[in-house]
Design a protein around this ligand. Structure first.
Ligand code: ADP
Ligand code: ZN
Ligand code: ZN
Length: 738
């Protein structure tokens, strides 16, 4: 038996704490306290020995009974925080999210902290606190020096102490300490936030009847949970509804959290909010310097910041006095994190709203089918704004049949003529190119034939890299035909890009100024802002772009929107293709004719009779989505089923495929749950950076069944030796099957 003192069993009692560490490590670890160490609080950081090194860890439980490492727990090295960084409610939310998305708790918790707090940076500073002698000195008036008096008064007001640096000058501080009027303390830096902007408030317009009743409905539910869908056509004044609601919540002394999908949307929103509400919004997004983000985060957690605007990661910020949560553009895929911890900010926020007992409003002109279904089935309450608030009319949408048309850089003669007409009338023109995903469908330009799977009711995905067509449901695969099976015309497989479009337009319409908005063109710092201001100033009359055009920007001079390639979305292998197309089409169409001149939208298609397109031309989004829902129900797809996508990749295709094949076989045979297992099939981008990628789709009618299966997956994978170089992940509620 060892006499080594460190191996002495620690009494399992008031001296252990359980922590999580950052990184892809499942599970929590128990440590005991060193002698004389104070028990750290749950939600505080500590430093612990971990393997051969030391790590910063977060305390998730104290005095827990589950001493996993037995009696030989190691001691904590140091306690970093005297106060918790994360409160109980936020910790509970993170636990739920880690379990729901099957992601390691440590990684989830550290991701929720601002970067500045993921290491050992301490929030403790030296401070001064008033002593009893100090108070007496103040009361009896023996303090002579004006500065000493002021300093004592400041200490008196603060109560808990004042950071030394906030109490200048040093000589005065020294005097107070010498006389025993103040004592030195270690304190947490206060999470201060400016109380008000400089008062240049704009005046609210009087609300339309629809806006007013939306505001009244949500306002009546303040103080308790309720989920609301605010479905308002583009330009209908959703933001005004948010503003009116925020005003009410701020009057109650509570906080509002606003989450938007894109950083680029925040500046205009912040500006508009700040000017109307006379508050300084705390902003949380990845574009901030660590220090800025830290103070905004802390002010939110402490409740000193009343209005918080952020992108998806703000979904996890602690809120001391939550009153309302708003999610703008709730349909937008950017609200879902696509790597690492794969959470959906909107879904997390609905959970939090219920937990915090506050209303949540999900706003969009084109809500996701998930959210619409909740509204139709009564789980969310449905608010609609059916008209533009300014009285501008909605643009007319028309379809251009481009089968067999002589195209120039992807543009048909009819679209060219329309562009010319609008430019000559002094307007701006916007051309939208759909370029989502890496692969798309293969279609015949002459007759509109689209490559479909002979075994499934699905379109084949065209993998350009390897020149093959594949079915994502059953794995069927074939080469790319040279001629169209329907009309025998040669099939051309040219891709189309925004740069090519830009070149063609520059040659055809010289002197009108072109701006290209896509990921490549706007990658540089400040380029996006510069492009937007060129459009706003009317210097650029032609705007060419991808998905980026769709996002909320207001360009009053635009009267024509051309949708260059509608078909790629309609015939996508991803079952959400038509939904996404409807959303981008109506969003991009919403950019047209927002001011006095009426707008026109032209959609180029090889299948002008496609039912989704027909319904969209009537601008009946709800009808499009109702039909989609019926199809999803029939095909047993989300949102009528709960889905999880298992992805695997490895340097060898066999390793990745075999890993998922074995899982698929296990799940098919042994779970006993009503579960559909699709695949494994190669991912749409089948090879990336020398790694082969495969995926397996699981669909269940009941959410709990899906999660039971996923726990089995975790167990099964945990108990076997992974293949060479294999990486795998679980994506719960996947929104992108690519
Ligand atoms: P959305 O967020 O739905 O796209 P916005 O709130 O940005 O719409 O409003 C679109 C335009 O209509 C803005 O220029 C806004 O100032 C204006 N607007 C909104 N509500 C009203 C109203 N009640 N009266 C007059 N103008 C309004
Ligand atoms: Zn053909
Ligand atoms: Zn198939």
């Amino acid at each position: 038996m060892s006499l080594d003192a460190t191996a002495t069993p620690v009494p399992a009692g008031p001296s252990t704490c359980t922590v999580v560490v950052p990184g892809p490590i499942f599970g929590a670890f128990t440590y005991h306290l060193g002698s004389g160490q104070p028990l750290p609080l749950v939600g505080a950081r500590v430093r612990v020995p971990f393997g051969q090194s030391e790590r910063v860890a977060l305390v998730v439980e104290t005095n827990g009974s589950s001493v996993e490492d037995g009696p030989t727990t190691r001691p904590i090295t140091a306690v970093i925080d005297q106060q918790p960084l994360l409160d109980d409610a936020t910790l509970a939310c993170l636990r739920w999210a880690a379990a729901y998305y099957h992601h390691p708790l440590g990684e989830v918790m550290f991701a929720a902290l601002p970067k500045a707090l993921r290491g050992e940076r301490s929030l403790q500073v030296e401070g001064l606190r008033l002593t009893v002698a100090g108070r007496e000195a103040l009361e009896t008036g023996v303090v002579r020096g004006q500065r000493q008096r002021e300093a004592l008064l400041a200490l008196h007001e603060a109560g808990d102490g004042v950071p030394a640096t906030a109490l200048a000058p040093a000589a005065v501080r020294r005097r107070l300490l010498e006389r025993g009027w103040a004592e030195a303390v270690s304190m947490v830096t206060p999470a201060d936030w400016p109380a008000a902007a400089d008062g240049k408030s704009t005046v609210a317009p009087s609300l339309t009847a629809e806006q007013a009743s939306a505001v009244a409905a949500v306002a009546a539910g303040l103080g308790g949970f309720g989920a609301w869908l605010l479905q308002g056509v583009t330009g209908s004044g959703k933001t005004e509804v948010y503003l009116a609601l925020i005003e009410r919540v701020l009057e109650r002394g509570e906080q509002v959290l606003v989450v938007v999908p894109e950083i680029s949307l925040t500046p205009q929103l912040i500006e508009r909010f700040a000017r109307r509400l006379d508050v300084v919004p705390a902003v949380l997004h990845s574009g901030l310097a660590d220090g800025e983000r830290l103070s905004a985060w802390r002010a939110t957690a402490a409740g000193t910041a009343q209005l918080v605007i952020g992108t998806r990661s703000a979904a996890f910020v602690p809120l001391a006095r939550a009153g309302l949560i708003l999610v703008d553009e709730e349909h937008d895929g950017a609200l879902k994190q696509q790597e690492g911890f794969l959470y959906h900010a909107r879904d997390v926020l609905v959970w939090r709203a219920r937990q915090l007992a506050v209303p949540i409003v999900l706003g969009s002109a084109t809500p996701s089918l998930e959210t619409l279904r909740h509204a139709w089935e009564g789980r969310y309450r449905h608010l609609t704004l059916s008209e533009r608030a300014t009285g501008a009319s909605m643009p007319a949408i028309r379809c251009l049949d481009i089968r067999g048309q002589p195209m120039e850089g992807g543009l048909s003669p009819a679209l060219m003529r329309a562009i010319e007409r609008h430019l000559l009338a002094g307007s701006q023109v916007m051309l939208y190119l759909n370029r989502r995903g890496y692969a798309s469908s293969l279609l015949c330009h002459a007759c509109g034939w689209v490559a479909g799977c002979p075994h499934c009711d699905a379109f084949l995905t065209w993998h350009r890299q390897i020149a093959r067509l594949r079915c994502h449901h059953c794995g069927f695969e074939q080469g790319v035909p040279l001629d169209c099976p329907s009309c025998q015309a040669p099939i051309s497989v040219r891709g189309l890009g925004t740069e090519q479009l830009e070149d063609v337009l520059a040659a055809r319409f010289p002197g009108f100024g072109i701006v290209r908005l896509d990921r490549d063109a706007t990658a540089g710092k400040g380029v996006m802002a510069e492009s937007l201001s060129r459009i706003a100033a009317g210097e650029a009359r032609l705007v060419v772009g991808t998905q980026m055009l769709v996002k909320g920007h207001d360009f009053p001079g635009v009267t024509l929107v051309g949708v260059v390639n509608a078909d790629q979305a309609l015939f996508a292998a991803d079952f959400r293709g038509p939904e996404r197309f409807a959303q981008s089409l109506l969003q991009v169409a919403g950019r047209a004719g927002r001011a006095e001149r009426p707008g026109e939208v032209l959609v180029q298609s090889h299948d002008p009779d496609h039912p989704v397109l027909r319904r969209l031309l009537r601008q009946d989004y709800s009808a499009v989505m109702a039909a989609e829902l019926a199809e999803r129900e029939q095909a047993e797809l989300p949102p009528t089923r709960f889905a999880a996508l298992l992805r695997a990749d490895a340097p060898s295709a066999d390793v990745a495929r075999a890993f998922l094949e074995r899982l698929a076989a296990e799940l098919r045979e042994t779970t006993g749950e009503p579960l559909a297992v699709w695949g494994p099939v190669p991912a749409p981008l089948a090879r990336r950076a020398g790694r082969y990628r495969f995926q397996l789709l699981l669909l269940a009618r009941v959410r709990s069944a899906l999660h039971r299966v996923l726990w089995r997956v975790d167990e099964s994978v945990g108990s076997r030796r992974p293949g060479k170089g294999l990486r795998w992940s679980i994506d719960v509620d996947p929104i992108d099957l690519a």
